[in-house]
Design a protein around this ligand. Sequence first.
Ligand code: SR1
Ligand code: MG
Length: 422
Amino acid sequence: MLDQTSFSPLSVETLASRLGTVAAVTDRIGADSSAWRVREVGDGNLNLVFIVEGPAGTVIVKQALPYVRLVGESWPLPLKRSFFEYHALMRQAERDPGRVPEIFHFDEAQALIVMEFLSPHIILRRALIDGRMPPKIGRDLGLFAARTLFRGSDLSMTARARKADLALFADNVELCDITENLVFTDPYFEAEMNRHTPGLEGMIASLRADRDLKVEAQHLKLMFSSRAETLVHGDLHTGSIMVTNDDTRVIDPEFAFYGPMAFDVGMLLSNFWMSYFSQSGHEDGRSRAAQRDYIVDVVGTIWETFRAEFSRLFEEERAGMLYPKSLYEDQGDRMGARQALDGILHDIFTDMLGFAGVEMHRRILGLAHNADFETIEDERLRAACETPALILGRHLVVNRHRIASIDEVNSLTGRLEKEKRP
Ligand code: SR1
Ligand code: MG
């Protein structure tokens, strides 16, 4: 049990004296802690993040706070999320080497992780807002999703190892509770912490009166809470990814738990589609048409890469208890294995669309909005950008079983974007 009594939050003033004797830090940035330069740069909803620069190098120190930073001490949140983040990062590093920051030190009592300083990386969400087009992200993210999701499941692990991990991450109750409420429920009624851009009231009223939508959103919540298929990142949006033109890193898996295969991919694609609709709010005199085309291309690449890599792993690495080769390949029935794989991928695709839909709604109607829309200062323009995302979100949640391909969704985003223009 984590002893919360010894916990003490770091500050810019105290960090050097607190970590000055930790070899994992001094070995990397230099032992003279009086020469360290410390900046707090956390801009997320939950934690403290420090950049610590010494004569020999730089590290990141991330520390959980015992409450939700975005809201304040009135919303307590356990420090143990740092433990889940650490363990998720270790597993992701094994399952897709090089795609997460290197971890140098973990202090469970202080809920802090010392990790690689990624430079000159920037947050992907920021890059997309600025109109940048990092060229490798589609492939990198598709591979990351396929490898981490496949290799954390009963398709790959021994039943004993997977069940041990299932038990380990089952205690991440409070972070799951955030998602269960904020993503699947709060957008669909007048929850206390909800907020929205003025001008969306008519749209909101119609979404909250939409019985099919509310039923489907709860079906998705049931899936989220009960389908312990694999270790998911749990919060895989474009703010949890850092990029350069040559490198892509996935950060912040503190929401990790055993959940549905489709959850991470749904969250991820949703955030690209929201970025797509936000582009016209960032035009600044120059068209963002090319940026929209780029986003469509990235979405297609992520999904196709995910499919291809998941299929490869299914064929080459399938060693868990599910769909054993003894039933198919070993009997000369390769078609049987193919049929099983097609069924799995079909279900992931359908569920992924549903998760993408609720994510759109919660980022526009709930507590935690995204900078893609929030940085559009003109509220009328912002509402105009958010409206097609709300419409698409509803379509994805309610009609997901009837959507045949990722191209179909990308074409619909194009039509909705055109319709919104005067
Ligand atoms: C109260 S936490 C709000 C959101 O921030 C995190 O990044 C997750 O997305 C969570 O839903
Ligand atoms: Mg985060």
